[in-house]
Design a protein around this ligand. Structure first.
Ligand SMILES: Nc1nc2c(c(=O)[nH]1)N=C([C@H](O)[C@H](O)COP(=O)(O)OP(=O)(O)OP(=O)(O)O)CN2
Ligand SMILES: [Zn+2]
Length: 160
């Protein structure tokens, strides 16, 4: 009987954000090179002669699906909650914006990414999102509610 194995593919993307109402420097518009670790788990395929024999999932298949569905949308974008004063200018000048409608913390972003990857049907175990070389947030797929994470959605200003 084959045991389960975890496999991981790592992605990076560059993005800007602004935490309106933050008590420190992150209330400024700033950017990160995010590092995303996507961990999938399953039993390696037992199928003699099959291209995927011995794989939980082909690394190149993880790459193409995560890249297309997620990374291409977030890379070189402004990750917006929706209440940032700069948003209107970015939109009117055609700059890339990913309107996420939640406060763009590492915690919320990793929860969002985990939910999106689960919806794609990947055998997701966890995601870890590095916001800086010394700061990360991790979400276990099993802990993401089926209806998706509960965020406080934007409405008015987030700074009161
Ligand atoms: N729990 C969280 N705290 C903070 C978040 C977050 O998403 N979750 N985000 C920020 C800022 O956006 C930014 O990431 C700053 O993080 P920080 O680790 O303070 O960055 P530094 O450049 O100061 O890192 P050092 O390695 O300590 O120099 C703030 N907090
Ligand atoms: Zn930040």
């Amino acid at each position: 009987m084959m045991n389960e194995v975890s496999v991981c593919k790592i992605f990076t993307f560059d993005a800007a954000h602004q935490l309106i109402g933050h008590k420190g420097k992150c209330s400024n518009l700033h950017g990160h090179t995010y590092k995303l670790e996507v961990v999938l788990k399953g039993k390696p395929l037992v199928a003699e002669g099959h291209s995927d024999e011995g794989f939980v999932i082909d690394f190149s298949d993880i790459k193409s699906s995560v890249q297309q569905s997620l990374i291409d949308r977030l890379d070189h974008a402004f990750l917006a909650m929706g209440n940032e004063p700069v948003l209107e200018t970015l939109r009117s000048t055609g700059s890339k914006v990913a309107l996420l409608s939640f406060r763009t913390t590492a915690e919320n972003l990793s929860s969002y990414i985990a939910h999106e990857l689960k919806l794609m049907g990947l055998p997701l175990h966890s995601v870890k999102l590095w916001e800086t070389p010394t700061s990360w947030a991790e979400v276990l797929a099993a802990e993401v509610p089926g209806e998706g994470p509960a965020y406080r959605l934007h409405g008015g200003c987030d700074c009161e």
